[in-house]
Design a protein around this ligand. Structure first.
Ligand code: NAI
Ligand code: MG
Length: 365
């Protein structure tokens, strides 16, 4: 018998536990109806952990995350913990998890579901059927390079310094994630940097080109400068399949592409680490939205981003593509039937809360 899938569930703060409850019902369906045995543990992170344990995440939770086959994360943070200090604030929980599990590749899909075509600020004709995946390098680049800092200068002024460094190893491992994804999709990767003005970008382009020639001849590779990519994402986003890029450009381009689709409450993400000798890969799945303190406790939150994060988990950590497809299709069908949470509400639709939306997905399944 296959060993149980070890799942660590970390709901967090604000709407985190509210949307996680709905994802949990889908997990229940997976075990009851699809015969998947999970070994689930749940723990506190963020402000919820500060309140009980005095720290945003305990070492034993980090250890559990290392042991797990996948982590399903909600969201952390809120005004209640605004004064606790920079190093112990709730957001440290997610930063520590990313660092300590070595989660270097952030996958951010931007998908426009047909029933929500009018949620985009772009014309329906431009975004209809949009399905792109941005792969962002998350542990290297200019956010971490040395030297860095603010220093005094002899002329009495000061200077702020950050440094972008990318090594062959770092570029190859994230490019591999993108190429592997492309093989399961339309087979196209667009690599994005600023090789015209940055040496780190020039090396990026060379390394990705060489890797494709060596190991991924079946994947079509193109290159684009980051500024042009921003333009192209708004002008004609459907030209892209998979985009792979560094930390800084990925930060901006993934937010830009998220907004091609409409609402924060719809968008899942995955962050992947390095496969070990047994083929196990640390991975964390979370909606891209935060803890939404403005609506927490009102039962209005859209649970679909959390449910779609679970679908990504099944697809990328457990290779359960059939189950992932079913869940994604159920979400689309529920929207097509006219149900809407407040964040995606439009004229003529039925406004529902978190629980009714989750229940509807379950019923559709
Ligand atoms: P946010 O994503 O929590 O909220 C932004 C706006 O979108 C709010 O008006 C909110 O009501 C709405 N929204 C977000 N998710 C929604 C959903 N599922 N359904 C309906 N409406 C939704 O971002 P904000 O307000 O900047 O941050 C709030 C807190 O969350 C902060 O403490 C921040 O640090 C934290 N945060 C945590 C993240 C994480 O845990 N990975 C990511 C982003 C923010
Ligand atoms: Mg961002």
């Amino acid at each position: 018998m296959a060993p149980n899938k070890k799942l660590l569930v970390l709901p967090g703060d604000g709407i985190g536990p509210e949307v996680m409850r709905e994802a949990g019902r889908i997990v229940g369906w997976l075990s009851r109806r699809r015969g998947i045995s999970f070994d689930i543990s749940e723990d506190l992170v963020g402000g919820a952990s500060i309140d009980v344990h005095g720290v945003p995440i305990r070492d034993e939770v980090i250890a559990q995350a290392r042991e797990a086959d996948a982590v399903l994360f909600g969201a952390v943070g809120g005004p209640k913990w605004a004064g606790v200090g920079f190093d112990v604030r709730p957001e440290v929980a997610i930063l520590r998890l990313r660092q300590e599990l070595g989660l270097f590749a952030n996958l951010r899909p931007a998908i426009v579901l047909d029933p929500l075509i009018d949620s985009s600020t772009l014309k329906a004709d431009i975004v209809r059927g949009l399905d792109i995946m941005i792969v962002r390098e998350t542990v290297g680049g200019i956010y971490f390079g040395e030297p860095r800092g603010i220093e005094d200068m002899p002329d009495g002024g000061r200077r702020g310094v950050n440094t972008e460094i990318y090594t062959t190893f770092e570029i190859e491992r994230v490019a591999r994630v993108a190429f592997d994804l492309a093989r399961k999709r339309e087979g196209r990767v667009c690599s994005v940097e600023k090789s015209n003005v940055m040496e780190s970008g020039l090396l990026w382009r060379q390394v990705v080109t060489e890797l494709q020639a060596r190991e991924y001849r079946d994947v079509q590779l193109s290159h684009m400068l980051a500024d042009n990519c921003a333009m192209q994402l708004v002008r004609n986003p459907r030209q892209f399949d998979v985009i792979v890029t560094g930390n800084l450009f990925g930060d901006m381009l993934s937010d830009l592409s998220a907004m091609l689709t409409g609402s924060l409450g719809m968008l899942p993400s995955a962050t992947l680490g390095t496969r070990d000798a047994q083929g196990r890969r640390p991975a964390l799945y979370e909606p891209i939205h935060g803890s939404a303190p403005d609506i927490a406790g009102t039962g209005q939150a859209n649970p679909l981003a959390q449910i779609l994060s679970l679908a990504m988990l099944l697809r990328y950590s457990f290779s359960m593509d059939a189950e992932a497809d079913l869940i994604e299709r159920a979400c689309t069908n529920v929207l097509a039937s006219g149900l809407r949470t407040a964040d995606i509400m439009s004229a003529g639709k039925a406004k529902v809360g978190t629980g009714v939306m989750g229940e509807a997905v379950l019923r559709e399944l």
